[in-house]
Structure formats: C-alpha cells, structure tokens
Design a protein around this ligand. Structure first.
Ligand code: MN
Length: 389
C-alpha cells in the first residue's frame, strides 16, 4: 500500500472511550491509518501506552505541569513523541503536514478549540464532540464552507444519517429520524426517577461510553444535543428532526425523502463502526465490526419518547427554536449540573429542572465569533452557580 493512501490522524482526546476505540481501529488497519498526534487532558498510563503503541510525532496536553510530567515519562520509556501544551502549539500540530484528519473525541465543551483550529486549517474533521456544533454551530459550519473542511460525524446517529443521505438529494429530503435506545430508565416510572443513583444512571444497556455522555443518555439530554447537532450538520430545521425510541439500538437513525421512502442504517452497537467510517471515508474498512444477525434479533420496536418523563428533548427543541446563544447555554448548563449530579449534590430529575431554570433566566444574544461563545458559556455558568448548589 502506498503512502498516498495512508491517512495521518490526530486523535484529540485519545484516552477517552472514543479515543481508545479509534486507537484500536488505527492499529488494526496500519496500511490505511497512521496516528501522528494524540492529546489528552492530563498525563496517564493509558496515554503513555498509546504513545508507545501508536508512535505519534506529537502529543498535546493543555496543562504545562501535566505536559512536563509526560515529557519525563516519555523519555524514561524511550518514547519520541514531542509534547506540547500551549494553544498555539495545538494549532500548529493541526496545521502541520503530518495531519490529514483530526478525530475530535474530547468530552464536553472544552472540545471546541480543536474543532475550530481544524476547520480553520481546512483539514477534515471526524467529529465526535457534539458540544462543538451545539455551542458554535453557525460559526463552524460557515467556516467549514469557506475553508473546504469536511465535517464527518462520528456520533452514531449522525453517521447513520450521513450514510443514508448519500442515497438521495438534499432537495428531496423530508425529515431526519434520530433513534434513541431510551437509556436505562426507559421503563422506570416517573415518580421513581428522582431517587435514581449515579451507579444506576451510569449503567447504560446498549453503549459503553464515558461518564458525561452516559448520564446524558440516561436523561435523554444526549438526544436533545443530537437534535441540535443534526440541525447544524445537515442544515435541517428543528421541526423536520424526529426522535423515535428504538430499544434494540440496531437501527442507528433514518432519513425520509419526499417520495415516502425511509432509509435506515443498521449495524452492531459498536462505536468502532462510525469511528472507522469517518476516518476512512469514503472507503469502508474490511471487517471493522461484527456482522449482526437480523434473523436472530427477530423484531425491532419503535415508539414515541415520553416527553414528560424526559423533558430534555423539549428543552433542546426550545433552545434550537430560539437559537442565538441559547443552544450553548443549554449545553453548558447541562454539563454543569451533570457534574453536580455525579458529585452527589443534586438528584437525577433536578438536572433537567435546573437546566430549564438557567434557560429561563438567560437573555439570548447573537453568536458571531468564538469570543461570543465563551461569553455565553461564562454567563451559563454564572446563572447555574447562582441557582446552585
Ligand atoms: Mn449518539
């Protein structure tokens, strides 16, 4: 295989659940994918192990002490990756010839900077960090058109839609149908939700993911974020994005065209699928996932989500209808209170109640640049702090 077909990758957020899966995919297809840079929030044994196995040229850690610590440990273990920590270094790594595509698998709103630099540099981005588009969608989409940066979704639902859309024309699209597995509390009575513990919420029936997104999946805030993400990625209005609960999580989402045809994408519930597809797009990696045995699965179910039990879907829809700074404030407030829940300071149903309160108190303003996004985040935190605990 010639060097020309080898895609050089930067895995941003390499030690998280998506980042680790991406590293596995890259190691399985060494003639197609080469990881040339990795990044993480701090130094860890996992990061060292990745640096040894993936032999990247660069490693980025956005904290000086952690980066210096990594330098020492890399040296001890004869790892050659150069470690950087300043924002301008992140920008330079992304711009360098050593990188063709950035997989942004950073968790939460701190992932915005990597998305911004990637799109600014006109590099392709495999986007797993949904907060990037939710908080700065208009800016990033506009910029991507200017720089010719391709945004390829890694979120399983959006990957499904992206794949289904290749079978039709945008002008013939009627609606997007996002599937939701329903999370661990699909059949829990509303009255019992307030006593849900952290351990119960972290036990997702279908997907193994990081803590933040697992809580978001249990509250359906994740589906709310995905509605907003889908709006920006595919340019579809809020009222043409449906959500349907599909507990088997075999169909990862669907699109409906004007002629009445619905197309669906089916695959094993394995994030290596959307990760590998985004990294190798438009090619497909042979043997990436296990085949699913549809005869064995037997039947698929679909039903309407319970919007009273899971108010996050309506909150997200409201944020998207208002737009301006509201989607950003919605996302930031959610991140704030998910943390409070994980710390044991608020109960499960309070997450949505408090996010709603933040949104009610926020006066939306136009988002024209990254500075406005940072300001919206700051205001969201300020209101959230005031609401407490
Ligand atoms: Mn998803």
């Amino acid at each position: 295989m010639s060097e020309i077909n080898l895609k050089k990758i930067f895995i941003a957020g390499s030690t998280g659940s998506i980042g680790r899966a991406a590293a596995e995919v890259a190691l399985k297809y060494p003639d197609k994918l080469k990881v040339n840079a990795i990044s993480a929030g701090h130094y860890s044994e996992i990061l060292l192990e990745q640096a040894i196995k993936l032999t990247p040229e660069y490693c980025f850690i956005p904290d000086k002490n952690e980066a210096l610590n990594a330098r020492i440990n890399f040296k001890k273990n004869s790892v050659n990756a150069a470690v950087f920590y300043e924002d301008k270094d992140l920008k330079e790594i992304i711009e360098s010839d050593g990188i063709d595509i950035v997989l942004n698998s950073i968790s939460g709103s701190s992932g915005l900077l990597a998305s911004y630099y990637t799109i600014l540099a006109g590099k392709d981005i495999a986007l797993a960090n949904k907060e990037s588009l939710v908080t700065a969608g208009d800016i990033l989409i506009k910029l991507s058109k200017k720089t010719n940066s391709k945004i390829i979704p890694v979120d399983s639902e959006h990957s499904a839609i992206f794949q289904c859309l290749s079978c039709g024309l945008k002008k013939d699209l009627k609606k997007l149908i996002l599937t939701a597995s329903g999370g661990p509390f699909l059949n829990t009575e509303y009255e019992k939700l307030s006593s849900v513990t952290k351990e119960m919420a972290l036990n997702h029936p279908k997907w193994k993911m990081g803590e933040k997104i697992t809580i978001d999946s249990s509250t359906l805030a994740n589906k709310g974020l995905e509605i907003i993400e889908a709006h920006y990625l595919f340019g579809v209005e809020e009222n043409a994005i449906d959500v349907v609960v599909h507990p088997q999580a075999v169909i990862h989402s669907m699109v409906e065209f004007h002629d009445g045809t619905i197309l669906a994408q089916l695959a094993d519930a394995d994030m290596k699928g959307p990760i590998g597809y985004a990294l190798s797009y438009p090619e497909r990696l042979n043997g990436l996932m296990n085949s699913i045995d549809i005869a064995k699965i037997g039947s698929l179910q679909f039903f309407e989500p319970d919007l009273q039990k899971f108010p996050f879907i309506l909150l997200a829809r409201n944020a998207l209808k208002i737009k301006k700074s509201m989607p950003c404030v919605f996302s930031e407030a959610n991140e704030f209170f998910v943390k409070k829940f994980l710390e044991g300071n608020i109960n499960f149903t309070e997450i949505a109640e408090k996010v709603k309160e933040v949104m009610e108190r926020h006066i939306p303003f136009e988002i024209d640049n990254i500075g406005d996004v940072l300001e919206a985040k700051r205001i969201a935190k300020e209101i959230a702090d005031d609401i407490g605990p």
